[in-house]
Design a protein around this ligand. Structure first.
Ligand code: F6R
Length: 591
């Protein structure tokens, strides 16, 4: 959600800035822009639509000579997606790009309007720019340090001052890294934007101000210089590219066996490495979107296997609700990006309430990874497609292991060795499912013209249905709902008509007969039934796909790829922008 790149060096900044913006496209955006500067002038070019539209505009302009610039992809929050609202914004001597939300922008704007400042856009960013300009006294570090004290909310700013030939940046609760190169330095929302140029980076903490020239990076806290560690990223250029795949989404699905192996390896040979949550009497699992659906699988496993009371709640609700707990409670937060605003707020609320937190995170440098009391990292590597695939699978896998560990600790599971042995073969089972991808391609071709579809299941199967349904709707734009199979007849069954695709997930032996009867109910109302199961004996319907039967702990993992591939291939057949579905952002850093 919004992306920032900045360059200072010996080259013209255009290539690095555009390159970086393209790598940040996955974060979601609806307009973009660049500002480049030299001693005499600042040139700003903005466009709505795709980066290619911005490139076209740039190609039609005569660019000034420059070796310093900032660029931005904007996902509209304050004001519609037009060129006026697009970043960079310039107020007098200051030009900025911004990711985040200035919560007191209206208040500040009223004050500044009274002082005679004229605003052109509807954005909170232009207000922040005016605040910085108001404080500007020729000393950028002092100015930024003072100005940010006036701002409430979240921000990552890239800043240019009219009379300075350096690049400045500061962040709070929005991601921003500093890239260290050879005779050039960079700022970026994440390392993917600059990995082509450098793998060395510095992580900025909240309200640290940085000054970059081509030879030097200086970081300040409260106006005083501080030392920062230079880290090396493990990301490769290949990670940031699609390789031979048409879309990142398919590439990332096909990577699942490798990343699963990488994630499991740390634990299955030594379960002492796994967090033991068996002492807690109650667990709150809090996350957003797919991460929440992974948590719903976690809840089923923890309750069933480890006998621990669990509740799941989306972070946007949890952060504002009254939390009632009187027992020893753990809050588990799940986030691929580790930057989801609502999940961060929920974590901070849990800390304020004095509760323990455990985070399941992919991005190691993220806010949640840094602030949670304990963190378990999934090893998905960079996930570029907006719709999560491999990270979701690993979140589910992490819950398999958390539940196993807790069940063993409580003496409720006697077969740990056999179950861990099974885990060693998971990547190979997964590969088998992925090798069947043409089967799901055909499903995608078959359903791509439908207007509506349903996923039904019970218990843990229902939790998987939620993800199947989300994947289908978010990338293919086909309306889809997930239902507890037994609940359908209490209203929604009225939507079942001739040919409506109903996907049924049936893996739980204890309730499979019940789900099967619900399948027959909708089939007799002419629904087209697609079954995904681990039981070959389930009656044949229009379509049936059978995965290997595994222990309850790991069974959900094999159901994940079919769900993702159905979504992917349906969207592919519809010819949609799969990696960047409309209106969506990869990392939702605003409420
Ligand atoms: C769906 C999807 C989203 C994310 C959600 C949470 O495919 O990607 O629903 O799962 O926005 O994001 P993270 O995990 O980064 O907190």
């Amino acid at each position: 959600m919004c992306g920032i790149v900045g360059y200072v060096g010996e080259q013209h900044p255009k290539e690095c800035l555009i390159d970086g913006l393209k790598k940040l496209e996955y974060r979601g955006y609806d307009s973009s822009g660049i500002a480049i500067k030299n001693k005499d002038t600042i040139q700003i070019i903005k466009s709505t639509g795709k980066i290619s539209d911005l490139e076209e505009k740039i190609a039609n302009e005569k660019l000034i000579k420059s070796n310093l610039g900032i660029a931005h992809t904007r996902w509209a929050t304050h004001g519609e997606a037009n060129e006026t609202n697009a970043h960079p914004h310039k107020v007098n001597r200051v030009t900025i790009v911004h990711n985040g939300i200035i919560e007191n922008a209206t208040e500040l704007k009223n004050k500044l309007v009274n002082e005679g400042i004229v605003f052109r856009s509807e954005t909170d960013t232009e207000v922040a720019c005016a605040v910085i300009d108001n404080y500007y006294n020729g000393n950028p570090i002092e100015t930024i340090t003072k100005a940010i004290k006036e701002l409430k909310g979240s921000y990552a700013f890239g800043i240019l001052f009219e009379d300075q030939d350096k690049l400045y940046a500061v962040r709070k609760d929005s991601p921003l890294i500093i890239g260290i190169g050879e005779k050039e330095n960079y700022i970026a929302s994440d390392i993917a934007a600059i990995i082509k140029y450098t793998d060395k980076y510095i992580l900025l903490e909240d309200d640290e101000v940085v000054e970059l020239s081509k030879d030097e990076v200086k970081v300040f806290k409260d106006g005083q210089p501080i030392e920062k560690e230079v880290k090396t990223s493990t990301m490769t250029i290949e990670d940031a590219n699609k390789g031979n795949y048409k879309h990142f989404m398919l590439k990332e699905i096909m990577e699942e066996p490798i990343v699963l192996q990488r994630t499991l390896n740390k634990y299955i040979h030594d379960m002492d490495q796994m967090a033991d949550i068996s002492d807690y009497e109650e667990i709150h699992i809090v996350a957003c979107g797919s991460a929440l659906y992974a948590g719903m699988i976690g809840k089923c496993l923890l309750e069933d296997k480890a006998n621990i009371k669990c509740m799941t709640e989306c972070a946007s609700e949890y952060r504002y609700k009254k939390i009632i707990y009187d027992r020893k409670t753990l809050v588990i937060l799940i986030s691929q990006s580790g930057e989801t605003a609502d999940t961060i707020a929920a974590m901070r609320k849990a800390h304020e309430e004095g509760m323990d937190t455990l985070a399941i995170v992919n991005v190691k440098t993220s806010t949640i990874a840094r602030e949670a009391k304990k963190t378990l990292f999934i090893e998905a590597g960079p996930e570029i497609a907006v719709a999560t695939t491999k990270a979701y699978l690993l979140q589910v896998a992490m819950f398999s292991l958390i539940a196993l560990k807790a069940a063993v600790s409580k003496g409720l599971e006697k077969n740990e060795k056999e179950i861990l042995e099974e885990a060693k073969h998971l990547p190979e089972y997964l590969r088998k499912v992925l090798n069947d991808k043409e089967i799901f391609e055909n499903v995608g071709k078959e359903i791509h013209e439908e207007h509506s579809a349903f996923f039904i299941g019970r218990g843990i199967d229902y939790a998987m249905c939620e993800e199947g349904s989300l994947k289908l709707k978010e990338v293919s734009y086909i309306h889809c709902d997930a239902y507890q199979a037994g609940e359908l007849k209490h209203g929604t069954i009225s939507l079942i008509e001739d040919g409506v695709p109903v996907f049924a997930i049936i893996t739980d032996d204890r309730i499979k007969d019940k789900t099967e009867s619900n399948v027959i109910e909708v089939e007799s109302r002419q629904a087209r039934i697609f079954i995904i199961t681990n039981d070959p004996s389930i009656m044949n319907h229009h379509f049936k796909y059978v995965v290997e039967k595994l222990s309850d702990y790991f069974q959900p993992i094999l159901i994940v790829p079919p769900l993702q591939l159905i979504g992917y291939y349906t969207a592919l057949t519809r010819g949609l922008d799969i990696d960047k579905p409309r209106n969506l952002a990869k990392s939702v850093t605003v409420e």
